[in-house]
Design a protein around this ligand. Structure first.
Ligand code: SF4
Ligand code: SF4
Length: 80
């Protein structure tokens, strides 16, 4: 069974996020949502609900900010 860190997941750098919601709208699994707090720039950042990500990276490709969101996936051996 894969360890939690081997599962695909989005990693959001919330102070780089401008809260546009594009990733939330684009995620086919609907596993992103607005956080319940503001970031240091005064925006509501996106956050991962914690499970259900497939690693498709559609969120990454829809984000207009260079450093706001990454998608981490395991390699073929199941390691990063
Ligand atoms: S990688 Fe795909 S499934 Fe995972 S959060 Fe991004 S859009 Fe959603
Ligand atoms: S698309 Fe990028 S900037 Fe917009 S809410 Fe998502 S992570 Fe933040």
């Amino acid at each position: 069974m894969a360890a939690a860190n081997d599962l695909p997941r989005p990693v959001i750098f919330e102070d780089e996020c401008k809260g546009c919601g594009r990733c939330i709208a684009a995620c086919p699994k609907k596993v992103l949502r607005p956080a319940d707090h503001l970031n240091r720039r005064g925006f509501v950042p996106a956050e991962y609900v914690g499970e259900g990500c497939t690693g498709c990276a559609i969120c990454f490709y829809n984000c207009p900010e260079f450093y706001a969101i990454e998608v981490h996936t395991a390699d073929k051996e199941g390691k990063r």
